[in-house]
Write a protein that binds this ligand. Structure first.
Ligand SMILES: [Zn+2]
Ligand SMILES: [Zn+2]
Length: 275
């Protein structure tokens, strides 16, 4: 039954005419694919950058959503929060189409250039279809070597002057989030999520709360907990995570602090393969 539902959702998404961006602020929008958000930074009349690229075969839908906002003006670059298949899947096709560079954190480079594989997903955490599928999800590295380069090591983000990136390892070694001081917007990637990603129901009926990183691929829970502390200390006003709808306001901040203070009880699955 869960397979049926997933198939229905996939079919719905085949029709990319429906792929439209949702505005978060004047110069930030996101497009929610089946599993993962992609984020567009830049006002429609400005230069812009795409953060993350969802699964493989999403390039048409992503291009459509981006063209709705920017016409046929390509982004200056594609930047990935990390290299997992649900964030880097369409990166190569999009980089080819737009002829633009891809950036990742230096520590993520090996995973997107065929040198290193992620550990296999941990099917023992959480329930639902996503955890089951995690066993067959690809952990084979993406081959982005023709396009990809490491981000500058000083935390600056190419083409985005008022943003910097923050190292938020744990979910993966070179995982990063993006932050802008002036309005305290945080693009969290998988450092946290705003829906319970292990539950298949959340794809259709997302309940907006702050949760820990998607458990099935998180490699190091101690590091992941430190990363949540780091982003809670930023006191973001808006959070856009890789999975789930954006959140803002006091309740979100309280939940984020709560998660940071009680990470072991709240985020770490009782049964797990990785420690
Ligand atoms: Zn991930
Ligand atoms: Zn993810």
């Amino acid at each position: 039954m869960e397979h049926e539902r997933l198939k229905q959702l996939e079919e719905m998404e085949q029709n990319y005419e429906h792929a439209v961006p949702e505005k978060v602020t004047d110069d930030i929008a996101y497009y929610r694919t089946l599993l993962t958000n992609v984020v567009m930074i830049g006002a429609p009349d400005q230069d812009w950058v795409l953060i993350d690229t969802s699964l493989k075969r999403y390039q048409q839908r992503i291009i459509h959503a981006c063209e709705e906002r920017y016409g046929n003006k390509p982004p200056k670059a594609i930047i990935l929060t990390h290299g997992h298949f649900d964030h880097s899947g369409s990166a190569r096709k999009l980089a080819e189409y737009w002829n633009v560079p891809i950036y990742v954190h230096e520590k993520e480079m090996d995973y997107v250039t065929g040198k290193e594989s992620y550990p296999p997903g941990d099917p023992t955490v959480g329930g639902g279809i996503i955890s089951i599928l995690s066993v067959i999800f690809p952990t084979q590295p993406e081959h982005l070597e023709k396009f990809v380069q490491p981000l500058p090591s000083d935390g600056s983000v190419p083409f985005l002057e008022d943003w910097h990136y923050i190292e938020t390892p744990g979910h993966s070694k070179g995982h990063i989030s993006f932050f802008r001081e002036k309005d305290r917007v945080l693009i969290a990637g998988d450092a946290i999520s705003t829906e319970k990603p292990e539950s298949s129901w959340s794809i259709l009926f997302p309940i907006q709360h702050i949760y820990g990183p998607p458990a099935y691929f998180t490699e190091d829970w101690v590091e992941a907990g430190n990363s949540v502390k780091k982003i809670a200390e930023l006191k973001p006003s808006i959070v856009i995570a890789g999975h789930g709808l954006p959140m803002d306001g006091e309740e979100m901040q309280e939940e984020l602090e709560e998660l940071a203070d009680n990470f072991i009880e709240k985020a770490i699955p009782k049964h797990r393969k990785y420690h």
